[in-house]
Design a protein around this ligand. Sequence first.
Ligand code: CA
Length: 218
Amino acid sequence: MANQQAYFFDMDGVLFDSMPHHAIAWEEVMKKHGLSFTARDCYINEGRTGESVIREAMWKARNRDARPDEIEQIYAEKSAYFHQLGEAYPIPNVADVLQYVQSCGHQIWVVTGSGQRTLIDSLHAVFPNIFQRDRMITAFDVTHGKPDPEPYLKAWERSGLPKEKCFVIENAPLGIRAGKAAGLTVYAVNTGILTREDLAQADQVFNSMTELLMFLKQ
Ligand code: CA
């Protein structure tokens, strides 16, 4: 297809509204361990590993590094709490964006730091006939996660398209950084509690998927 484009969708906060659950789980478990980690900290740090956020919170609260057993314990508690909160709903109107992009004949990719092996099944269940197994870049495909450009560079290479025809859809500062470092156009959709300024590194910032859809249809 001569005019084909590729859209690289991030997952948490772009396809699924999972960030509120992450924020609740982190805030509660950190508090229990005498550490401070607000919902805003969670959104700003989205994409960083659990280990690195625990270590930073420990430096802030007790001016020392976290021990490996502490990191393991806190992360296990956070994961258990997160799963207790149940499955996240899709981001409002993202299905309309996906359907529109598909109807144009463009490529749809998922580029996520998530390492869930059942990811493709969850995607098929919520967004039927949109995603393909060979158009996914997950934690298993890269050495360096976001904000490193590697995940988006991999998607770009596999798309076979020039960079100016590839578009990143992100919701988080570190993901935006990764897309820009890969030399791609980044559209940020503010689906959480951050301000427009937090997302200002993107080429365009939208307040909702509906705004993004209107822009794409222009
Ligand atoms: Ca995200």
